[in-house]
Write a protein that binds this ligand. Sequence first.
Ligand SMILES: C[S@@+](CC[C@H](N)C(=O)[O-])C[C@H]1O[C@@H](n2cnc3c(N)ncnc32)[C@H](O)[C@@H]1O
Length: 277
Amino acid sequence: MEKVKIEKNTVQETLIIPLYGRKMCAEKFPELYTDVFAERLCERLDYDFSELEKKKKSFIYQFGALEAAMRQLDIMWEIKNYLAKHPKATVVNLGCGLDETGKACDNGTCSIVNIDFPDVISIREKLISAYDRETNIACDLNDYSWMDKVDGSNGVIFFAAGVFHYFKTEEVKSLALELSKRFPGGCLVFDSVRKLALKLMMAAVIKNMGMSDVEGYFYVNNPAKDLNWSKKIKVTSKGYMLGYYDMKSPGIHFMHRLLARIGDKGMKMYINRMDFV
Ligand SMILES: C[S@@+](CC[C@H](N)C(=O)[O-])C[C@H]1O[C@@H](n2cnc3c(N)ncnc32)[C@H](O)[C@@H]1O
């Protein structure tokens, strides 16, 4: 089968890290995390995984893979919680990359929408076949014309996993305010970290993609304060690593859990949920 090329040093390359992390996590910690899609997808990509393969045994790298998996498990928890009350809602994956969380949460009645830049959607469409109730939209998220294509009449949950680190704070705020105006009763779920963690995380990305600094980019030190953008938005936040699951699973070292605590408490890693009232 023909392989699909992913260009180096582009925003689209950023989708590789969480995808490979999920594949690795599913291999290494199957009791905690399973992923039927990630391994198959990695095999179909024309991408040099050797750097990532080399790091595979390092403790810190394994922790990074756990991060990708925990983030997906947390977001799935929120989606399932929302769908339990709104079974026909639309589930919208913002900056979807090659992530198939929508399908993993499918209840047979919801609709699924995946949005990313046109080059990423074109790669996605070569690799992943969409369900009947699933639509892909090729668009820059900052161009709000995509919102006209989302049906929120039966409820809608938007989620952005590992995406807003590439946005300016003003862009995230403006997007959230626009969604809250257009989709009352809907909600938006996304991950965030404090400024120091953003600096550490983005060091390599900044170097490779020519961004000058993380200044102006989106970070959250204190969700209740920093995300207090509107009376129409109710914010709740939980720890990203341990807020939903205790990570007590075979193969998870106590040092992984210690780092997870440091991540949540020290690096202020959060999953934030905004309910549009
Ligand atoms: C780190 S990847 C995460 C991919 C996916 N959410 C996951 O968890 O595997 C970031 C994704 O956000 C997309 N992205 C970043 N900025 C975007 C924008 N302004 N509009 C649309 N997509 C964007 C990138 O193309 C990339 O696919």
